[in-house]
Design a protein around this ligand. Sequence first.
Ligand code: ADP
Ligand code: ADP
Length: 224
Amino acid sequence: TNAILAADAVVKSFGPTKALDGASMSVRPGEVVAVMGPSGSGKSTLLHCLAGIIKPDRGRVIYDGRDLGAMPDVPRSALRRTEFGFVFQFGQLVPELTCVENVALPLRLGGRKRRDAEAKAREWLTRLEVDDVAPKRPGEVSGGQGQRVAVARALVTAPKVIFADEPTGALDSLNGEHVMRLLTEAAKESGAAVILVTHEARVAAYSDREVVVRDGRTREVAFA
Ligand code: ADP
Ligand code: ADP
C-alpha cells in the first residue's frame, strides 16, 4: 500500500487491562481518518502507539517504511518532533508565551532564528484566521481562537502526520466546525495525513474514512 503510517495487529496491555487486542489501521498522505469508539475502547492507546509514544507489546507500527517499535528512543523522539504534529482537546499552549511565540516554538526548538520562526508562525496564524491574537497570551483569547493557534503550532513544521485527539472537545459546535474545516483544509493543502480521534459524528464528518475501535479491536466503516 502507499500508507504513510500503519498499525498492524497491535496488542497493548496495562497490567491486567488489554487496551488494544489486535488493532490495525493505516492512513495515506493527505487523508483524514477518524478514529471513533466509546470511552475506554482503546482510541488514545492506539493514537499513542501510532505516534511512537508507547511501544506495542505485539504487532507493528510502520511509519514511512520504518518500524517505530524497533527504533531506539532518541531517533524516535526526533522523528516525532520533526515529522508529526499534535493537537489536543485543550490547546496546551505555553501560558507565558504570546500566541505567535507559541506557534514559533517548534521551529525555535528546531534551531530556526527568532525573526524567521515568528514570520512563519504569523503566516500560519493568518491561514487559521487568528492573526489578530498574535501578541496576546493564551489566557487572553477565546477557546476557539486558542484551538486555532494550537492547530497553527501543529502545522508550522510541515509535519507528515497530524494527530488530533478530540481537538474540538472543549468547543461549542460552531467553533468546533470552524476548527475542523481549517484543520482539514490546511492538512489537505500540505499533503499531511490526519488521524482524528473523536466520539462526535459531526466532527468525524470531516474525515475521508472512519475506523471504529471497540474493546481494543478496530473495524473499518465504509461510507454509504
Ligand atoms: P479511549 O481513548 O478509547 O477512552 P484508552 O486507550 O484511554 O481508551 O483506554 C483503553 C483501556 O486501557 C481503558 O480500560 C483504560 O482505562 C486503560 N488504560 C489506558 N491507558 C492506561 C494506563 N496508562 N494505565 C492503565 N490503564 C490504562
Ligand atoms: P482521552 O480523554 O484522550 O481518551 P484519557 O483521559 O483516557 O485520554 O487518558 C489520558 C492519559 O491517561 C493517557 O496518557 C492514558 O494513557 C492515561 N490513562 C488512561 N486511563 C488510565 C488508567 N486507567 N490508569 C492510568 N492511566 C490511564
